[in-house]
Ligand binder design. Structure first.
Ligand SMILES: *Cc1c(COP(=O)(O)O)cnc(C)c1O
Length: 353
């Protein structure tokens, strides 16, 4: 068969294809197999057996966890093989102790439900509202204080912002919107854009804050589209990442942080004090130093919220106080996070010392 002469459009198309291929070849040469962030969520570890096998650890008897396990491979890769006490593993591995009923450990330890002012909207503190933008997250931390949050009827997901936007528009002393969840960056960037487009009509808003763990557990979420959205926001943007251990902040996270800072985003970290994970002075010191290397300033160190199922993580207040006192003695002032505890009904997160 004689090949038919090609039209210019087809040739251009082939050139584009080739360019794209060589581009992706160049990329795959540095980073073999590099699926996008959504695909990475699809490929995340979803049962303890497979994760333990990946980490070359002995299998444990199968168990039905309190809520499903979810661990992106990008996060699991930072765990130490063969170490059952790895500080990242301990945050995400389901444990039979989650089903113990213990006094003081409750479904809503922070009083979220009392603070509800509309679908997915919590107004707890003066001047700022928190929008539970989605129930989804890319990692299921076993101590998550919103693990029992009634997400299905109560998040302002796609197309359900209406209530929230109305409330904010009608409440002039709210000048900051906090996007939280779940994890707000689980939403496609186009949805986030829709939301901020609506909010941008509200004159009394002056700040936006995003509480997210995605840039840590899935740094590829910080893609071109996200950076473009952030750069174009009409307000100063603060991002509070959630990293609990220096090992979470590897080179890929550092790159993501660099891009976020390039977009003009102020980066803060909040951590939860977790027994056996980051309750030694050295762990906290390394976390804040490593954070600073990546361009992130410490913000809060939270005492554990006493959510049902999380008691194995609790560090007592006296130990927490000693730890932070030592940080004050040995570190630059700006490297010491504020040790706080959240009490339902209190007007702010209460300083512990
Ligand atoms: C933590 C939190 C905030 C933010 O408090 P800051 O002290 O400003 O960081 C706002 N709203 C709710 C419901 C919160 O839980």
């Amino acid at each position: 068969m004689t090949p038919r002469p090609m039209a210019w459009g087809e040739i251009q198309f082939l050139i584009d294809e080739m360019m794209m291929q060589s581009d992706s070849l160049a990329r795959t040469a540095d980073l073999p197999k590099h699926p996008g962030w959504r695909e990475q969520i699809r490929q995340a570890f979803r049962d303890a057996g497979t994760l333990l096998e990946f980490l070359e650890l002995p299998a444990e008897p199968p168990d039905t966890p309190r809520f499903p396990m979810l661990v992106p491979r990008a996060f699991a890769q930072r765990m130490e093989k063969g170490n059952r006490d790895d500080p990242l593993l301990l945050q995400v591995l389901p444990d039979a102790r989650e089903r113990l009923v213990e006094t003081g450990f409750v479904a809503d330890p922070v009083g979220d439900q009392q603070a509800r002012v509309g679908r997915g909207l919590l107004h707890k503190y003066h001047g700022r509202v928190l929008l539970v933008s989605t129930g989804a997250c890319a990692v299921h931390c076993r101590y998550c204080f919103r693990q029992e949050f009634p997400y299905p009827d109560n998040h302002a997901g796609t197309g359900q912002w209406h209530d929230a936007v109305e409330y904010i528009a009608a409440t002039p002393d709210v000048d900051e919107v906090i996007l939280s969840g779940g994890d707000p960056l689980m939403l496609p960037t186009a949805r986030l854009q829709e939301l901020t487009d609506r909010l941008s009509g509200i004159e009394h808003l002056h700040r936006i804050r995003i509480h997210t763990r995605l840039p840590v557990v899935l740094p590829d979420r910080v893609d071109d589209e996200l950076v473009t959205w952030l750069e174009a926001l009409p307000w100063p943007a603060v991002m509070v990442i959630h990293a609990n251990h220096a090992h979470e902040l590897d080179g890929s996270v550092e790159q993501a942080m660099k891009r976020l800072r390039g977009a003009g985003v102020h980066l803060l970290n909040q951590a939860v004090l977790l027994r056996g994970i980051n309750d030694r002075f050295e762990s906290q010191r390394d976390l804040v130093r490593r954070g600073l290397d990546a361009g992130v300033m410490p913000y809060y160190l939270h005492l554990l919220d006493r959510v049902a199922g999380a008691s194995r993580y609790e560090v007592d207040e006296a130990a927490a106080t000693r730890l932070v006192e030592r940080m004050r003695r040995e570190l630059s002032g700006y490297l010491v996070p504020r040790l706080v505890r959240e009490i339902a009904g209190a007007p702010y997160k209460l300083p512990v010392l």
